[in-house]
Design a protein around this ligand. Sequence first.
Ligand code: ADP
Ligand code: DP6
Ligand code: CO
Length: 358
Amino acid sequence: MGEKWVLMKTAQTPTNIAVIKYWGKRDETLILPVNDSISVTLDPAHLCTTTTVAVSPAFQQDRMWLNGKEMSLSGGRYQNCLREIRKRAREVEDKEKGIKIEKKDWEKLHLHIASYNNFPTAAGLASSAAGFACLVFALAKLMNVEEDESQLSAIARQGSGSACRSLFGGFVKWIMGKEEDGSDSLAVQLVDEKHWDDLFIIIAVVSSRQKETSSTSGMRESVETSLLLQHRAKEVVPKRTLKMEEAIKNRDFASFAKITCADSNQFHAVCLDTSPPIFYMNDTSHRIISHVEKWNRSEESPQVAYTFDAGPNAVLIAQNRKAAAQLLQRLLFSFPPKSDTDLDSYIIGDKTILKDAG
Ligand code: ADP
Ligand code: DP6
Ligand code: CO
């Protein structure tokens, strides 16, 4: 191996939004959840991470830049992902550039990683999901790793739990698993993106500011103090997951919307049941819920489902394009993005309406 070469790979991974939420770990290091969860993967054009990984004998140490700023890789989660991928690295040959990396070389070679999110980081829009899924996927490509998406999902899971669900499109289930070593805690695709392609997603970015309580510490506090979380994990989610799988399989929007909204509300109730309580939603989030509930009740069947992750931003899933158009009209009227008191922006199909241009 000469000293002059650099080998690079770039990957792009969309984020995902849970319709049955993951909230609580039974193992903090391996990131093993207390319940199964189900998510929908979003269109990468609007919310995605782009990560470039590079390897060169000239690199002195592993380094990473997130959104243009260097960050530390010393955290256990990054180290766990790097270790697990390096273990599976195989020989790589680029004849054109005259590069040959043997399996054993990967232990000594250092990496440079540059990642960008095209949406707010750490604001409750699942940046950790897109981020770690993309990191693992890009490294696997660079190192010629053979493992399939489900096996890679078990590695991405060790970066951030929700990341394991971003390796597939469509609707995805994270099976909590039973094994202590986490080997069966991985994601599977329930249906691909073509199965239910008339759904339309509008995200109301109520605030793009970084949240005060990270998902990791929030759910740790909930596990330690909330009795509702125990009840939810044991009694509620197992039954709800089955019903949700049925609704998705049958494209039954009424049932899908009912379960999605109920699960989001129960997750936020668990946050309130945590001591001290955690408030991820704000007044605007609550007003959006009331608005959608009222509208759904005035129609023959629900038009829109809402779900909120660990942040104030509303993810609104409309039954079809027509319902989405009506929803947008209602939102722009009741929650105009230009006012100071309302929200920051909307992310809609192929459009983003910004509160402050520039
Ligand atoms: P979110 O709701 O956005 O997922 P979290 O609190 O779960 O917020 O996680 C945010 C953290 O995820 C960031 O502080 C950072 O450590 C990590 N993260 C976000 N984006 C990326 C990325 N593109 N690559 C690697 N890590 C990322
Ligand atoms: C509310 O996956 O961000 O978005 O595993 O500690 O990194 P860590 O947490 P994270 O938690 C996501 C919580 C959620 C629900 C979900 O995505 O299922
Ligand atoms: Co996250």
